[in-house]
Design a protein around this ligand. Structure first.
Ligand code: SF4
Length: 499
């Protein structure tokens, strides 16, 4: 049992409570190897921190060479001496311990800060200023809590120095959003309480199947446990919070498949908070599909897709660490004849704006030359990224061009418009990998994933190794082919009249 609660434990808890349990008490031999992408994230984080510290033009005390008790002793001395800025200190009190990247004097006290190689806010757009990230908040709140308990806090307004060179203040007394009025501070307090219970074996957690499992080192172990218990989160779109309100009544996918749903009805609602009758019925249909052997996917409504002799199956690759879109790939097909297929790609050899703009311009010229055509893509990501590119490079294409290109009469988001709304599958999620694999498609790469391809791109930039570039292009081509395979699969699905 750990004797202190740390910022890292809070970080893991908000990502996945079960991850905290497994990291504390799980059998390390059952862990998967850390993925190359996660290693890259760590590396980039450390490099960025070093770069920021190296470029600091104000005096500061560097305690990064120390660790443990010695680091804490020196931090205390520095605070007692009123040092203006302390880098890489350690503070603790009672059962809390924290290693903030920065401690900055403010009046008679200190505020803490972290250096992050990501954006300091999430959800920033034309329409929104963005909001604090929960996983950053809980860490900063822990440092602030320790400073308060030590009687040396200058306020609940710690900060992040982010990848864009900004200092973002995190006001911990402010509400989480206009809808969630609970303050960040209270949110932190409830997280800390749960972390404490997990650490003391007073709270049992369960795994939950979700997108974040892909990068987690417990994924194989958790998936095995989830399959063994036939956990409700194996139903697409039924996540941890919904599972947790249903689990005392419906312990597994099989139980939901067989249940009489009327018993959960209370007036116009169900007894499960935030799960309406329609949603419950939808989940039951999915549970039945997953439970019956030999289940087949089906259409739950008519689909009408645009017609054109030329189809483009479109997929992009981006590097979020450099905030760059480095590849636009298209599989071109004429008259629905796979023999006519050819793959066309526009690639940025270097991760700079000049190359990014060139690839974007070439991709747009290619689309213009291909018109009239139908463009298929999977998820709103392509559209979001192209809008972002348009804003960055308005001389390549205009806002009107974006509207024209993504007009539903000639562009289809197969995930959002078709799979999610009109189909059901006997699978645990609706990712392109899962559905195309279900239809028999195999990626040529042995470990195909968007996250891995980012790591390949980094290695390509560093080494210029042509084999790595070929691997990226092959992977992107397969993603485009998978989109075509999925479209064909959808065309063949039977329409279930009774849905
Ligand atoms: S694999 Fe998923 S459920 Fe398991 S610990 Fe990791 S994130 Fe949590």
């Amino acid at each position: 049992m750990p004797d202190k609660l740390s910022a890292n434990m809070l970080y893991n808890f908000v990502k996945c409570p079960h991850r905290l349990t497994l990291d504390l008490f799980g059998d390390y031999l059952k862990q998967d190897p850390i993925s190359s992408f996660v290693k890259l994230l760590w590396e980039k984080g450390t490099d960025f921190e070093k770069q920021v510290i190296k470029g600091l033009e104000i005096p500061f005390l560097d305690l990064s060479f120390y660790s443990g008790i010695e680091k804490e002793k020196r931090t205390k001395e520095a605070i007692d001496n009123g040092v203006e800025l302390i880098y890489s200190g350690r503070i603790s009190t009672g059962n809390l311990i924290g290693e903030p990247d920065l401690l900055r004097r403010d009046g008679n006290g200190y505020i803490s800060g972290d250096i992050k190689s990501g954006s300091g806010l999430e959800g920033e757009s034309d329409l929104s200023e963005g909001k604090p990230k929960i996983h950053y908040t809980v860490q900063l709140a822990l440092y602030t809590d320790i400073l308060e308990r030590l009687g040396i806090s200058a306020g609940r307004n710690p900060f992040i120095w982010d990848i864009h060179g900004r200092e973002i203040e995190y006001d911990l007394n402010s509400p989480q959003s206009t809808r969630k009025l609970e303050s960040w501070w209270n949110k932190y307090k409830s997280c800390l309480e749960e972390v404490s219970k997990i650490a003391n074996h007073d709270l049992k957690t369960l795994p939950a199947y979700s997108g974040i499992c892909k990068l987690c080192h417990w994924r194989t172990y958790c998936l095995k446990c989830l399959r063994k218990t036939n956990d409700l989160t194996l139903i697409p779109e039924l996540g941890r919070s919904k599972r947790d309100v249903m689990i005392n009544y419906l312990g597994s996918v099989a139980e939901l498949a067989q249940a009489n749903l009327n018993q959960f009805q209370k007036g116009g609602k169900t007894i499960f908070p935030r799960v309406g009758r329609d949603t419950l019925e939808k989940f039951q249909k999915r549970a039945i599909l997953l439970s019956k052997s030999g289940s087949k996917p089906y259409l739950k409504g008519q689909i009408t897709l645009p017609e054109a002799d030329l189809e483009l199956f479109f997929d992009i690759e981006t590097d979020p660490l450099r905030d760059i879109c480095y590849l636009h790939g298209f599989l071109e097909r004429r008259n629905r004849d796979t023999n006519t297929e050819r793959y066309v790609a526009f690639f940025s050899d270097q991760p700079n704006e000049q190359e990014e703009k060139l690839a974007f311009r070439q991709a747009w010229e290619f689309i213009q030359k291909s018109m009239p055509c139908v463009i298929y893509y999977y998820s709103p990501y392509e559209k979001t990224q192209w809008k972002k590119l348009q804003e960055k490079y308005p001389d390549v294409m205009s806002e009107d061009d974006i509207v024209k290109m993504f007009n539903p009469e000639c562009a289809v988001d197969l995930y959002h418009d078709v799979v999610k709304k009109k189909t059901e599958w006997p699978t645990n999620d609706y990712s392109i990998k899962t559905l195309a694999s279900y239809l028999g498609f195999h990626w040529r790469d042995e470990s195909p994933s968007g996250a891995e391809s980012i790591e390949w791109y980094h290695r390509w930039v560093e080494t210029g190794d042509e084999n790595i570039k070929k691997r990226i292009l092959k992977y992107n081509e397969d993603d485009c082919i998978a989109t075509r395979v999925l479209l064909e699969g959808i065309h063949k699905l039977p329409l279930l009249q009774s849905y």
